[in-house]
Design a binder for this molecule. Structure first.
Ligand code: ATP
Ligand code: MN
Length: 429
């Protein structure tokens, strides 16, 4: 018996016997007929059960919502409803019975609060609009992956259990690694740079990044998905071009595979035009100061500052040439002005989605940068070694996939874009 997905029920199936499987969305019992709305991930079909007919195998009175069943029946020539496809059941198999009451409504058009939804995430995700988020995220990522493949990148996987911090920061989760102390990696930065010295030339990685930051905002997670690239024989301009190309390709792919089943409207950004504007940090600084913002050269923009800048640049844009003190040790200094760096952030309005830069490739300069940042080069020997025997100039970036998905779908909370989000207080489910 071949299963047909609800979205596949088309003119070719008219008048034929089909088998569909899914969850009971709703049950409507009338005098002479019963209706069961059956849902699979692709849509909802109305199953008509006529009372006069021979028994179909189950007691409809005991059916509960969200139970799982298989329905075999005719997909009639005459489809009465314009809105919903219909099947006339001849046999129903109840595959699994759902308990009642449901801890979270699935079918109703009720907005539950996010906490309750996340506590019952397995049910929450049954709602088509939530499935659509992850379907979109998957296609977004696929579009980025395929762009990078087309441009000669190889996908790699670097360790997430590491011995030292990437940036010397304190925002690390510690783990016990047998008799040693270890950490969960904040970023694949050091490893992807090492692979440039290994001759891979162009690498990318899609993997988890862990940040033990105690913030509790609508755009931070403690575990998020980082898309990282590193490219040899390249500078920050090359990396920016690769970034805007990736973002465009991701959005194009998400749009062309938009998932529109069920009764919700999936809203997405339009495909952005390239190139994205490039705006220097110093120009952004003046904009903020002119708007009355209290900020000096060398300080990072706060949320209220980014709002001012975002109003001037309502789409994607780069902020370039960040001051040296704001960027990590591996960032290349601007050869024309050593207070600045060959670095960039990609923004969407007030939100940062990527940080990137040309990197230092000269081991002596790298040592000096470690010291200037108050770090001990001895702690980074495994990394420095890779620079001593032929490291090409290189550049790269790290993009937060959940941040980009959030922007693409205009969602207000990043937790919506994570299946099982980890935040300051949540590690279950
Ligand atoms: P922010 O200032 O927004 O906290 P960051 O500058 O500390 O971010 P980076 O280290 O530059 O972050 O990381 C690169 C990208 O990874 C960011 O631009 C963002 O898209 C994403 N990212 C970083 N931290 C988080 C987080 N806690 N939750 C979700 N995404 C994150
Ligand atoms: Mn950043």
């Amino acid at each position: 018996m071949k299963r047909t997905l609800i979205s596949e029920l088309d003119n070719d199936h008219l008048g034929k016997t089909v088998t569909v499987e899914g969850w009971i969305h709703e049950i409507k019992r009338l005098k002479s007929v019963d209706f069961i709305m059956l849902r699979d991930k692709t849509g909802i079909v109305q199953v008509t059960v006529k009372k006069t007919e021979t028994p179909i195998g189950i007691d409809l009175g005991s059916l509960t919502r969200e139970s799982v069943m298989r329905v075999t029946g005719e997909f009639p020539e005459k489809q009465i409803s314009k809105k919903m496809k219909e099947i006339t059941a001849s046999k129903i198999d109840l595959l699994n019975v759902a308990a009642t009451p449901l801890p979270l409504p699935v079918a109703e058009n009720i907005e539950s609060d996010l906490e309750t939804r996340l506590n019952n995430r397995f049910l929450d995700l049954r709602r088509h609009e939530n499935y659509a988020i992850f379907h979109t995220k998957s296609n977004l990522l696929w579009g980025i992956r395929s762009f990078l493949h087309t441009h000669g990148f190889v996908e790699v996987n670097t360790p997430k259990i590491v011995a030292s911090s990437t940036e010397g920061g304190a925002d690390l989760f510690r783990v016990q690694y047998f008799e040693m102390d270890a950490y969960l990696n904040q970023s694949p930065q050091l490893y992807k740079e090492i692979l440039i010295s290994s001759g891979f030339e162009r690498v990318f990685e899609v993997g988890p990044a862990f940040r033990a930051e105690k913030h509790n905002t609508t755009y931070h997670l403690n575990e998020f998905t980082s898309i990282d690239i590193e490219m040899g024989f390249s500078n920050h301009e090359d990396a920016m071009a690769m970034l805007e190309g990736s973002v465009k390709s991701g959005i194009e792919n998400a749009l062309s595979h938009a998932h529109n089943s069920g009764n919700y409207q999936l809203r997405m950004l339009e495909v952005p035009e390239l190139p994205f504007p490039r705006v220097e940090y110093s120009k952004c600084l003046s904009m903020v100061q002119n708007a009355g913002g209290k900020i000096e050269f060398g300080e990072d923009f706060g949320p209220e500052h980014l709002r001012v800048i975002g109003e001037k640049y309502p789409g994607f844009y780069f902020i370039t040439k960040w001051p040296s003190e704001l960027r990590p040790f591996y960032t290349m200094v601007d050869p024309d002005d050593e207070t600045l760096t060959n670095s960039f952030d990609l923004q969407f309005r007030e939100r940062e989605i990527t940080s990137g830069a040309q990197r230092v490739h000269d081991p002596e300069m790298l040592r000096r940068r470690f010291v200037a940042k108050g770090l001990n080069p001895e702690d980074f020997q495994f990394y420095l070694n890779a620079f001593r025997y032929g490291m090409p100039p290189h550049a790269g970036w790290g993009l937060g996939l959940e941040r980009l998905a959030m922007i693409l779908l205009d969602l207000k909370n990043i937790r919506e874009t994570s299946l099982f989000p980890r935040d300051r207080t949540r590690i279950v489910p």
